[in-house]
Design a protein around this ligand. Structure first.
Ligand code: PLP
Length: 440
């Protein structure tokens, strides 16, 4: 695959930092190596000495003095080797990517650690998206994606979706505007990037079926575009077996996948991963070299120690516990919704993630309902419009998260919210200002 044709001028111009190359080299060298090369500070001058972190139901993570010195020091831009190799093994065992055995020119599977998957996404977009480019996605979508993409000045093309995610027939219809043969031509307007959240979508809770992924992948082959698979809710799928991923189908090396530990280990530690064709992951790493240099070494060592103590079996056992929690929260959310909202709203039960996407009947836009009336009664949901490509477009949806609140709170919010809505919509006089704003 000709990866050069996908790169923005900014990304193509990135060159390796000579100092960073030495840091990578040093990271792989035996401890006997004496280096006067790097400009690293002397960790003996740092105030932190050692650490012991209690782990629920498991061995404590102990960072003795030598390890602590490493944790406090600069490290390589791809990520620390022991975390990377653990993650590569996990990725291979979960997705069996065809690209794992490819040569690097053919787009061999490569990985790097990012400071949350948000950093990975933002850098992927900067690598691939020029001003004026056509980018395919299924909106409503994660507002963090819109925040990263929109300033690039691209043209976001909305592919229709439902509770099973992006609809391939709509994608096909959109792509029929172009001749696939034009994709390779310089300056062609054929989209070069498609972005999607395949499991437990934020905000819609939608999960894409395997058949749809296969159809989308075939279209990507026909029109030669890359697929960005943003999958932070992969580990929060309520049903087993987990759905096959785009990465698992990627015979051409055209998928860039972002994973996140935010929903399963910690969101504050900021650990994410990019998995994709080596020539593209290398470009992202050049960007990391020039910006954050690397994700916190301390954080990576902490997570890596935990994962090595657990082993893949322990990791998956932990995930099972997390899924159990979210499944029960989802069920609470659904039974409260059935109890209170049945007559005034509709929704689809999410099969993954932490969100219920609720469509209120008979209302055009939920912004004012939430920001004024609901807040006044001390309940908060997200008005759906913020996830639209144009956030001022009216939207009858609200996003309700079932991650943090207790079952009682989930029930109370839906009860209060329903009361507010019914009062406004059904009881308030027809000429009331609020009613006019909300319904029209
Ligand atoms: C769809 C989606 N992508 C990416 C992210 C960013 O996650 P992280 O914490 O890994 O940066 C989020 C966070 O909520 C998300 O919902």
């Amino acid at each position: 695959m000709n990866y050069a044709r996908f790169l923005t001028a900014v990304s193509a111009a990135r060159k390796p930092s000579p100092i960073r190359i030495l840091t990578e080299l040093q990271q792989r060298s035996p401890p006997s190596l004496i280096s006067l090369a790097g400009g690293a500070p002397n960790p003996n001058t740092f105030p932190f000495q050692s650490a012991s972190i209690k782990v629920k139901g498991g061995e404590a993570l102990v960072m003795d003095e030598p390890l602590m010195k490493r944790a406090l020091q600069y490290s390589g831009s791809y990520g620390i080797p022991e975390l990377l190799s653990w993650m590569k093994d996990l990725q291979k065992s979960l997705h069996n990517p065809p690209t794992a055995g490819y040569s690097s020119e053919r787009g061999q599977m490569e990985m790097c650690v990012t400071t949350g998957s948000q950093e990975g996404l933002c850098k992927i977009f900067e690598m691939l998206v020029n001003s004026g480019d056509n980018v395919l996605l299924d909106a409503p979508t994660y507002s963090g994606t819109l925040a990263a993409l929109q300033p690039l000045g691209c043209n976001l093309i909305n592919v229709a979706s439902d509770q099973h995610g992006m609809i391939p027939a709509d994608l096909r219809k959109i792509l029929e505007r172009w001749d696939p043969a034009d994709a390779q031509k310089p300056g062609s307007s054929v989209p070069r990037v498609l972005y999607t959240i395949p499991n437990g979508g934020n905000p819609t809770g939608a999960s894409m079926t395997c058949e749809r992924k296969q159809e989308v992948y075939e279209l990507a082959r026909k029109y030669d575009f890359l697929i960005i698979e943003d999958d932070p809710y992969y580990f929060l799928q309520f049903q087993k077996p987990w759905a096959p991923t785009f990465l698992s189908m990627d015979v051409d090396s055209r998928v860039l996948r972002t994973d996140s530990f935010s929903k399963i280990l910690s969101s504050g530690l900021r650990i994410g991963f990019i998995t994709g064709p080596k020539p593209l992951v290398e470009r992202v790493v050049l960007h990391i070299q020039a910006s954050t240099m690397h994700t916190s070494t301390f954080t990576q060592l902490m997570v890596s120690q935990l994962l090595h103590n657990w082993g893949p079996g322990g990791f998956l056992k932990h995930i099972d516990g997390v899924i159990e929690f979210y499944r029960s929260q989802r069920n609470t959310m659904l039974s409260s919704a059935d109890k209170w909202l049945k007559d005034v709203a509709e929704w689809h039960p999410p099969m993954a993630g932490m969100f219920l996407w609720i469509k209120l009947k008979g209302i055009k836009d939920t912004q004012q309902l939430i920001m004024e009336r609901a807040l006044e009664k001390e309940v908060l949901l997200v008005p759906g419009g913020v996830f639209n490509i144009n956030s001022s477009d009216p939207c009858p949806y609200v996003r309700a998260a079932f991650s943090l609140s207790t079952p009682q709170q989930i029930d109370e919010v839906q009860h209060t919210f329903t009361d507010i809505f019914i009062n406004l919509f059904y009881i308030m006089p027809a000429n009331s200002i609020y009613r006019c704003i909300l319904i029209n």
